[in-house]
Design a binder for this molecule. Structure first.
Ligand code: TRP
Length: 463
């Protein structure tokens, strides 16, 4: 979920700061927790190796993710600007302008397909409200649904319009408040459902698959996808945290806040994994096709769990309502970011930017939505449109953005200046990890990842 309340960057009068320490932590955590945790993490973990994926993911989050989150927030706090301006301030070269733009463009690619998944969530919410609980749990239901063209497209447009209405109506505040109250409810429900999933006969194999690393399941794709997921889940490498950082007051302990945000985000992802992965084993016997289901995994498994719980209809309504709110607030924040870039850089008015962006999102998102039906033959480097948008943003553009941030930090700002910024009001405990990540781990990992994901996309190597 993303913050767009009165404390959020977009609606705040310039110069003021998040109120108190928890203001920023809550806003950033709310931006971090969304479909990425509940929908994306479990399917990637299932597909790319289970336990070994989890280990790689955790290592990345607590080294590189930590360093990047710290850096972005500090850059924002030092400059008080959004990414394009912040990059310009430290270096006036073409390369750095490119880095700033790369960060700003990523949300433009993510937002349209985020709304397509949002539309799937709305459909399931409506489905539970109208008592289709049994039908939705039948094998093949979801595949049939997304290839049916009209309905998925309609629900996708409804989701985009809801987002735009909230933004144009200026009622983000209300939505944000509701979703903040619902957040703890989501966690409680996730705990209940995951306990239920994990105690089904056969689920133990799923728990083992998720927690015990098996080196045979490792591939280069494990690292590529874990890193993409880290960016996505923590909302990194897209300028968001730079913008948030520009509103954090100078007395705040950045390291402490960063740790809290990472912890919370990872907790929700692991809980979502525990709801879904053991259920794959309990309800489909660990069928490799189901494990590899990709974007459809949550929509295929959760309905089966719900039906078997006995009170599936009310639980389904609550679950999908919560996921819907998480998705809506994230979509609002993603849209706000894009609209902000358009108003700042092109000088368009707010209403104009919002409407033009909305039209663009509907056009691009429609290609993704219809990519499972009418446009089934439209493949970009062998991928369906939605998969392609997800790949190009998470596995190609975000590594480039992250690399730009590393270079900015190590070459233009300097690790010493960064350390001074972190040490303003507290001890910089993980300084060695930070310096090592920014100087060595990140650039090397990013370059390897970029090259291998691009080569594999073009079928030159298989990873
Ligand atoms: N991190 C969010 C999630 O896990 C998705 C996301 C990526 C996002 N970038 C964002 C949300 C920017 C809000 C703003 O679902």
């Amino acid at each position: 979920m993303a913050s767009t309340n009165s404390k959020s960057p977009e609606t705040k009068p310039s110069g003021s700061a998040f109120t108190g320490k928890m203001g920023y932590v809550m806003a950033a955590a709310a931006s971090a927790v969304g479909l990425g945790n509940i929908w994306r993490f479990p399917y990637l973990c299932a597909k790319y190796g289970g336990g070994i994926f989890l280990v790689v993911y955790l290592i990345l989050v607590f080294t590189f993710g930590y360093a990047l989150l710290m850096s972005e927030t500090a850059i924002g706090r030092m400059t008080g600007k959004s990414p394009i301006g912040a990059f310009k301030q430290f270096s006036n070269t073409k390369a750095s302008a490119f880095g700033g733009w790369m960060n700003a463009i990523v949300p433009f690619i993510i937002c349209p397909y985020y709304a397509v998944i949002g539309g799937w969530v709305v459909k399931y919410l409506v489905g539970y409200c109208t008592g289709e609980t049994q039908a939705m749990a039948v094998d093949g239901y979801f595949g049939g649904y997304i290839s049916s063209n009209l309905q998925p497209e309609l629900f996708f447009i409804i989701f985009v319009l809801l987002t735009l209405v909230v933004i144009l109506g200026g009622v983000q505040n209300g939505v944000e408040k509701v979703s903040r109250i619902m957040m703890p409810v989501l966690i409680i429900l996730a705990v209940v459902v995951s306990i239920y999933s994990c105690t089904r006969p056969g689920a133990i194999d799923g728990i083992k698959y998720m927690f015990i690393p098996n080196i045979h399941n490792f591939s280069m794709m494990t690292i590529v996808s874990a890193m993409g997921q880290m960016f996505y889940s923590l909302s990194l490498a897209m300028g968001i945290m730079i913008t948030y950082g520009s509103y954090v007051d100078k007395n705040q302990d950045l390291e402490d806040s960063t740790t809290k945000i990472e912890f919370f985000d990872t907790l929700v992802a692991v809980l979502a994994g525990l709801m879904i992965i053991p259920a794959v084993f309990a309800f489909s016997g660990g069928d490799p096709d189901t494990l590899n289901a990709g974007p459809s995994l949550m929509f295929v498994t959760i309905p089966k769990v719900l039906v078997s719980m006995g009170f599936g209809t009310p639980a389904g309504i609550v679950f999908f309502l919560l996921v819907f709110l998480a998705a809506l607030t994230s979509a609002i924040s993603l849209t706000e970011t894009c609209v902000g870039t358009l108003t700042d850089e092109l000088g368009w008015g707010r209403a104009k930017s919002t409407l033009i962006f909305g039209t663009y999102a509907i056009l691009l998102g429609s290609l993704a939505s219809l990519g499972y039906g009418a446009l089934g033959n439209l493949k970009i480097i062998g991928m369906q449109v939605l998969d392609f948008l997800d790949f190009i943003s998470n596995s190609v553009m975000m590594p480039i953005s992250a690399l730009a941030i590393c270079i900015l930090v190590t070459r233009c700002i300097g690790l010493k200046t960064m350390a001074d910024e972190f040490e303003r009001n507290s001890k910089f405990k993980r300084k060695p990890i930070y310096n090592f990540s920014m100087k060595y781990l990140a650039p090397v990992a990013l370059i390897i990842i970029l090259i291998s994901s691009v080569l594999s996309a073009f079928g030159i190597i298989s990873i």
